[in-house]
Design a protein around this ligand. Sequence first.
Ligand code: AMP
Length: 471
Amino acid sequence: MSGLYILLFFFPRFLNLGVKYFMGHKFFFKSTFAPNREMILAFKLSFQNTIYMTFKSLGLNESILKAIAKKGYTEPSPIQGKAIPEILKGHDVLASAQTGTGKTAGFTLPMLHILAKRTIDRKRKIRALILTPTRELAAQIYENVKEYSTHLDIRATVIFGGVNQNPQVRTLREGVDVLIATPGRLMDLKSQNEVSLRDVEFFVLDEADRMLDMGFINDIKKIVKVVPRERQTLLFSATFSKEIKKLANEFMQRPVFVEAAPENTAAETVTQIVHPVNRTDKANVIVKLIKDGDWSQVLVFTRTKHKANRIADKLKKSDVSAAAIHGDKSQGARTKALAGFKNGSIRVLVATDIAARGLDIPLLPHVVNFELPNVPEDYVHRIGRTGRAGASGEAISLVSHDEEEYIRDIEKLLGFKIPKKSILGFEQSPLAEVEKLEAELTKKNGGNNNRRKPNNRGGGGGGNFRKKSRR
Ligand code: AMP
């Protein structure tokens, strides 16, 4: 009898201690009690809770669980496991997560759960606003929201620029609960009184770092002024600069911070390699790598739109199907290129950073940095296109002499050196020889080939290479 009494008295405490241990407090083994059966049971229970977290255990409703099951997700990703409970509790959430970590479902699922709990007026009003930097990302989030809300009475739509506004306006007039938008088109339609944000309960800023990079800060500030103060704000960002933290301070109420991977780190599932090459050889090297490796799906990054076009043309001439995607392409051409790349009819997609932002291409095996980005954080974004949702991938960088300082900055950010390997037949020549060759080329072309001097970030016109190049 006294044994039972002791058990009833101590069991809840042991359980609590076990849970605390797995929440990061190492009380369990520091306990003055020697482990006994109850402690071991508590340990097992808390262990199971931690390891076998399910979408159901997060408390999401049946309709959402059904939609998740249809997508084939078996368990929440780390960012989902951390963000969903906080959002369900009604907190503002500041999340550090790269694309590919499942962050979209991380904010969409709990948001839909909460929206579905509340009754809907006969006339639908925008209750959730999701702002994204690019059209592609907006379209992707819209697809996800539609899939996750299949069994709910929730209507969503997406608005972005570059296409006729009339169909978007018609849908908005019919009434929607969730609006996914890029800032420009949203501001446009708002100024025409086609959008009312008075009833917004959820305000989501996705890829906030990129929105700031793209100069949307003033639009964001204007939008924040017209959404109600009483709201839940969720901010997702791959990197957390001082500016993002400032933005969060201004717009969020005591946010809970969650992160999937340490700040500014690349996914561990990505194998990274640097191939030192001459700049003039890069186009031939890329054709060789794709053909020799028989790569079926490759995303290639260039710094400029012009270079993206040139590489796509070069690949096509070498019988490798390719398309370029960048800001000068029409929305129709961008959608077509992306669809072709996803369905396998286009083997190589050549993109600038902004155009590629947020593209969700499952299980992308190869990413090639034809040119390194001049902002190290962009390297992390780029290679985030591969090794997604736990799959492995390879990120290859073709690095010429003039990019050596960039690779050093990238390695500093990553905290380790990326392995280097020369390509047989395309070994990098000594710097002097390359400079001679390029000077000859420049002369032959009768002009300036715009080559930056190595280790001279400032370039010729007092420009600052830290600033984004035109993309
Ligand atoms: P995101 O980071 O939101 O762009 O998601 C990256 C990819 O992961 C998308 O293809 C999602 O469909 C997929 N995904 C999201 N959550 C899960 C999950 N829990 N299990 C498996 N895949 C997921």
